[in-house]
Design a binder for this molecule. Structure first.
Ligand SMILES: Cc1cc2nc3c(=O)[nH]c(=O)nc-3n(C[C@H](O)[C@H](O)[C@H](O)COP(=O)(O)OP(=O)(O)OC[C@H]3O[C@@H](n4cnc5c(N)ncnc54)[C@H](O)[C@@H]3O)c2cc1C
Length: 372
């Protein structure tokens, strides 16, 4: 039996644990501190096809990540596990300059050839948009894509960790190395997956590593509408704001991207009030809607905003991923699956050379030992 430790039970770690546990020769133990977890705080949109990011490797990962949800859902369903964390209810895309909607339509129509998951594309008038989401305002036209989806991050990780039947140790763990042997929390393992998000630097620093991973604070506010929101599409205006309807009236408004707050987890009402005010332009009744709560999480990002994964340099049998940034709910399951495949010595869907870990995780040079 191969013993594998997965440190971090966010979207990457929980997916890795789930797929590792399918292998009959592997015993999985998951360690999770839970504090500040980005996945739990996120109300996620899976709709990468409209992005204009120039990084082609990132886009390849994001579109395959969106596709991979179909595999994950099918795998869970085949095992009789509920997948309430994911619904493909479509997305509404808004542009301040509505003449740019056609450009976005053309981009998506082109990309649909390799990503049929995008589904139906149509430019809708305000009245047509009301058929799927009543009372929206603040625009004359928008672009609808039926394949966009929403994900409840907390429910996803809970489902996967439970489905993995792995032992879950809910505490902060450390990794130590003695010769060839790996220890997590003092227990010996054959292989370790570091799925610790923004905390990768913290766990690798005592082993002599320098990492290019930074924390980004993200906040959102949850509301309870009286509507039956189950089939409402996600509304994506330009900028930070998204309005994300979930089941039974729940609607999330977010999310902030704060690069200067470190690992701070306090709710900043000013930031959330501003997001709400902007959201009211499109959904005025939010002003009088019950607030269910507010969430704060810490995303990980790198200096060039690119995610990475792979074998940690000079640390045999240790694999890591981080830097997923604001698209981690889209790319996380695919990366988690691939880390599990790497740990099992199998090839994955992505080429690790496109997301080189050695660019972001480096062993610090030992001080030269000299007398003068
Ligand atoms: C408000 C918000 C909104 C977002 N919206 C979207 C969206 O719409 N679409 C999208 O694609 N993405 C979105 N994201 C981004 C996405 O949520 C993240 O990129 C992704 O969840 C990161 O997953 P992860 O598994 O790498 O890290 P995390 O989810 O942060 O998980 C890491 C886990 O490791 C644990 N850990 C760390 N160190 C240790 C240790 N030493 N021992 C034990 N446990 C440890 C942490 O406590 C945490 O639980 C959003 C994020 C936020 C915060």
């Amino acid at each position: 039996m191969k013993k594998v430790a997965v440190i971090g039970a966010g979207i990457v770690g929980s997916t890795a644990a789930y797929y590792l546990s399918k292998s009959p020769d592997v015993e999985v133990t998951v360690f999770d501190d839970g504090k500040g977890q980005a996945t739990k705080a996120a109300a996620g949109i899976i709709s990468p096809w409209f992005s204009k990011r120039r990084n082609k490797a990132w886009y390849r990962m994001a579109r395959r990540g969106a596709d991979f949800y179909q595999v994950l859902i099918a795998d869970l369903k085949a095992a009789g596990i509920q997948t309430d964390f994911y619904q493909q209810t479509g997305v509404y895309l808004l542009k301040r300059d509505e003449s740019k909607l056609q450009e976005l339509y053309d981009l998506a129509a082109n990309r649909r050839e390799e990503s049929p998951l995008i589904g139906d594309l149509s430019l809708l008038s305000l009245q047509e948009a009301h058929e799927k989401f009543p009372d929206l305002q603040g625009f004359e036209r928008l672009l609808y894509a039926s394949g966009g989806a929403r994900v409840e991050g907390a429910l996803l990780t809970e489902t996967l960790v439970k489905a993995s039947k792995a032992e879950l140790v809910e505490k902060k763990a450390s990794l130590t190395v003695d010769g060839e042997q790996l220890f997590v929390d003092g227990r010996s393992f054959d292989c370790v997956i570091l799925a610790v998000g923004a905390w990768l630097g913290e766990i690798l620093q005592p082993l002599g590593y320098k990492t290019d991973v930074r924390p980004q604070k993200g906040q959102l506010r949850d509301f309870k509408l009286a509507d039956q929101t189950d089939d409402y599409p996600v509304v994506m205006p330009e900028g930070e704001l998204d309005i994300i309807p979930f089941l039974a009236g729940k609607v999330s408004v977010g999310a902030s991207h704060e690069n200067d707050q470190g690992f701070d987890l306090t709710v900043d009402k000013m930031v959330l009030n501003q997001l709400q005010q902007e959201a009211e332009t499109y959904l005025p009744r939010l002003a009088t809607t019950e607030i269910l709560g507010e969430r704060v999480g810490t995303r990980a990002y790198t200096s060039d905003f690119a995610p990475f994964f792979g074998a940690v340099p000079d640390l045999p049998h240790v694999y890591a991923a981080s830097g997923l940034g604001s698209s981690g709910l889209t790319t996380g399951p695919l990366i988690g699956r691939q880390l599990a495949q790497m740990a099992l010595g199998e090839a994955g869907f992505l080429n690790p050379a496109d997301y080189p870990i050695e660019r972001y995780v480096k062993k610090k040079a030992l001080k030269e030992d000299k007398c003068f």
